[in-house]
Write a protein that binds this ligand. Structure first.
Ligand code: ATP
Ligand code: MN
Length: 463
């Protein structure tokens, strides 16, 4: 008999079809003369209802083993369902129990579990409705990202995970070393002798692939990275992970406006794709997690994003009749409460803020003519705050050298990055987007630990 995915059976299965499904039992209901089980194989939120009649061989023995969590293979015939809630169900003719799950100890029984509890059983939580929906949407978002860039002729480039440069200069680096920590080689002045280390110099897990993406953009015009990124964030927030995935497009022959245009088209494409391919999961999030999920998707897809400068944003915030916890004045960075005011209260849609003060942004952002601001852009989203951060890059060698020195960095350390400005330099721009923040934004999940299968946060690397 043909093996079928449950999503496909629920969608297209017709009465009298003979088939086999494989999955895990979600629930069992024993009635007089027959038993219902719900079988889920992860392909859809809805499980397939299976009916076992008492005239099945070994009926009593089999149903004892069919507890929540058991792995089963069921062959039978599809029949129109008389019960409410499903169009069709599978009448079992042969049931094979691959692995039982003891109801006394299996932690996922049929009731609502808190996300905190589910985090403590990270190896089993993917078998719940919520995590099933999250990881299907996560997959769809990844597909949509590649589709968006591939359709536009962008090259997917793989930037290194181990690097010697701290792109953001934020100091949240994990060191990579093969030195014996019990016997660290020292220089005559007692600092660590990195010449004895694996790479002969200090190296780290990457915090961003941007600088390397710029290298590739200077040959392939339009490129993007999509890979893991690491930050030793020592804060426990609902928006920060120590290991997360980042998407970083980089475009040659592109200015800030082109960068914002691409970012807006990108977000619209992702939301559209997810709504088309994961509508059942999205309904679930709207009902059970956050009742604004569908309205948000509609808003992103159909509204033009608001575009304002940082200077205008400060003026709006100064006029606001709300009391902010953090001060607002030209030159200070925006805090999450300010970002949320702009997109949730003032404009009620995503807001793109451009031209931030030079002092609060990274060295590689292109200096504006007045030198007070740089060609940076952040896209702020309701509930999340910053979802995308990008800029036009500084393509002028002399200005870039000056900016590196101003930030107390050494131009020699970035000699290859500066070479890009020596040979065939061109205006270029790009942005970075945290993959998990995006999945959070789409699904309405409150905690970033719940949108990645194996979250890495301070003191947590169990699974
Ligand atoms: P934040 O102020 O929220 O810490 P950031 O300014 O450090 O963000 P960037 O350096 O601009 O962020 O990184 C690009 C994108 O990566 C951010 O817009 C965000 O979506 C995501 N991001 C940054 N840090 C993390 C993290 N620790 N966990 C998950 N996503 C992150
Ligand atoms: Mn940060």
């Amino acid at each position: 008999m043909v093996n079928r995915r449950i999503v496909e059976v629920l969608r297209n299965g017709q009465p009298d079809e003979l088939l086999t499904v494989q999955g895990w039992v979600r629930t069992k209901r024993e009635l007089k003369g027959f038993t219902f089980i719900e079988v889920n194989d992860g392909s859809s939120l809805t499980s397939l209802q299976v009916v076992l009649n008492q005239d099945l061989p070994d009926y009593d023995k089999t149903i004892k083993k069919l507890n929540t969590g058991a792995a089963v293979e069921v062959s039978g015939v599809l029949v129109a369902s008389v019960g409410k809630g499903q169009r069709i169900e599978l009448k079992a003719e042969m049931v094979k129990v691959h692995g039982e799950a003891d109801p006394e100890t299996y932690p996922l029984q049929k009731k609502r579990h808190s996300f905190e509890f589910l985090r403590s059983i990270g190896h089993l939580r993917a078998r719940t409705n919520s995590f099933g929906a999250v990881f299907r949407v996560r997959n769809a978002v990844a597909v949509a990202i590649h589709q968006f860039f591939q359709e536009r002729g962008f090259l997917w480039v793989h930037t290194p995970i181990i690097t010697a440069s701290d792109c953001e200069g934020a100091g949240e680096l994990f060191s990579v070393t093969s030195l014996d920590l019990k016997n660290i080689p020292r220089t005559p002045t007692q600092s660590v002798d990195y010449s004895k280390d694996f790479f002969g110099k200090p190296t780290y897990l990457t915090v961003s692939g941007q600088l390397e993406a710029e290298v590739m953009a200077m040959a392939f015009s339009n490129v993007y990275t999509f890979g893991p990124t690491f930050r030793a964030e020592n804060s426990n927030t609902s928006r920060h992970l120590a290991e997360f995935w980042m998407i970083e497009p980089e475009m040659a022959f592109c200015d800030l406006e082109g960068d914002v245009d691409l970012a807006e088209a990108f977000l619209k494409h992702i939301f559209k794709y997810v709504m088309e391919t994961c509508s059942e999961d999205m309904e679930f999030f709207n009902q059970r997690i956050d009742n604004s999920v569908l309205a948000t998707a509609d808003n992103i897809i159909n509204q033009q994003f608001e575009r304002i400068t940082y200077t205008q944003a400060i003026a709006f915030l100064e006029k606001a009749d709300v009391k902010f916890e953090y001060p607002v004045s030209w030159g200070l960075d925006l805090h999450s409460e300010h970002e949320r005011y702009l997109c949730e209260q003032l404009f009620q849609k995503p807001v793109v803020v451009t031209h931030y003060p030079t002092k609060i942004k990274a060295f590689y952002m292109r200096l504006d003519d007045d030198e007070k601001t740089v060609a940076a852009m952040d896209i702020l989203a309701p509930k999340i705050g910053e979802i995308i951060g990008g800029s036009q890059r500084e393509e002028r060698l002399d200005v870039l050298e000056r900016r590196i020195l101003d930030q107390g960095m050494k131009p020699e350390d970035l000699w290859w990055y500066l070479d890009l400005r020596r040979y065939g330099t061109v205006p270029h721009a790009g942005f970075g987007l945290g993959f998990e923040r995006l999945v959070q934004f789409i699904t309405g999940m409150g905690n970033i630990r719940d949108v990645i299968p194996f979250p890495r946060t301070p003191e947590n690397a169990e699974f």
